[in-house]
Write a protein that binds this ligand. Structure first.
Ligand SMILES: [Fe+2]
Ligand SMILES: [Fe+2]
Length: 293
């Protein structure tokens, strides 16, 4: 437990995060950086960026509700303190992605209506499944749903977006890099804390496995909605072609600039599901293959 105490303490969080990789940043990126002109000046690409960023805000609002909601059902003090640090991380993620919406030209008065308009219904269902466990004070299921499933998904989505934004949109890539570092810490907590709790409560396994299968389905359906029938796909192609002299956007052995949207979708889905399998295996949960939308 002593390693656990120091790895997930408020002190460690202060030193590594606010006093570490976030020093000197403003909404997650170096001050003065702005969104790529290519995106802001093209109506289709701008709308696409707003739509994508809304999904990030929806996911992070769910993580904020879940991490704060789990504090009072945590069985030990160290977990409560870690979840308090995570709550602040998630609030920051909500804030920086909301700020990106404003940077893309959304008016503050338009925020909630834009979120309502663009929020993916499958992502909302994904969040509902998790928040239902949190509301019932089911700590073990809540942590698996949040720190393994939701954050496993977020981690890979952010990494993929980071690889795709590095040359096209360094400001957004920088915003993502601090978020990725935070998510890595959150996913680590899920694995380290929950394994022993599942051993103590084997009767919880079937419900947790059902939850994972259900959340995974809604995740895949969200990916399908985002990559298939995308009205901006031709625009994206042009944008990617325009960067052909630039370094490759490498992610998991593929060059994202050379992939069709369907290929990106299956690369992302396969990467996340593979990680679920490994991470769930480590905490003693048997991965359930979701239905493919
Ligand atoms: Fe987050
Ligand atoms: Fe997180």
């Amino acid at each position: 437990m002593s390693d656990f105490l120091s790895m997930y303490s408020v002190q460690h969080w202060l030193e590594s995060c606010p006093q570490g990789y976030l020093v000197g940043t403003e909404f997650g990126h170096p001050p003065g950086e702005s969104e790529s002109e290519l995106i802001v000046s093209d109506p289709l690409l701008r709308e696409q960026a707003i739509g994508t960023t809304v999904q990030l805000v929806v996911g992070e609002r769910c993580a904020l509700a879940a991490s704060s909601g789990l504090i009072n059902s945590a069985p030990d003090e160290a977990s409560k303190r870690f979840l308090a640090t995570q709550t602040l991380d998630e609030a920051r993620h909500v804030e920086i992605f909301t700020q990106r919406l404003f940077d893309l030209g959304l008016k503050k008065s338009e925020l909630e209506s834009a979120i309502e308009q663009y929020a993916n219904p499958n992502l909302m269902k994904f969040a509902e499944v998790l928040l239902e466990k949190v509301d019932r004070k089911d700590f073990v299921a809540g942590v698996v749903g949040q720190n393994v499933v939701l954050e496993g998904m977020a981690f890979s989505v952010f990494e993929m977006m980071y690889a795709g934004s590095q040359t096209l949109n360094p400001k957004f890539a920088h915003t993502l890099s601090g978020t990725i570092a935070d998510e890595r810490r959150h996913v680590g907590f899920g694995e380290n804390r929950i394994g022993s709790l599942i051993q103590e409560h084997p009767e919880k396994k079937p419900a947790i496995e059902r939850m994972q299968k259900e959340m995974s389905y809604y995740m895949l359906a969200t990916f399908a909605d985002s990559f298939r029938n995308n009205p901006a796909r031709e625009e994206f192609k042009k944008l990617r072609m325009s960067t052909s002299g630039a370094p490759k956007a490498e992610w998991h052995g593929a060059d994202l600039n050379a992939l069709e949207p369907e290929e990106m979708e299956s690369l992302l889905a396969d990467t996340v599901l593979k990680e679920f399998k490994v991470r769930l295996g480590r905490i003693g949960i048997e991965y359930q293959t979701p239905i493919r939308p």
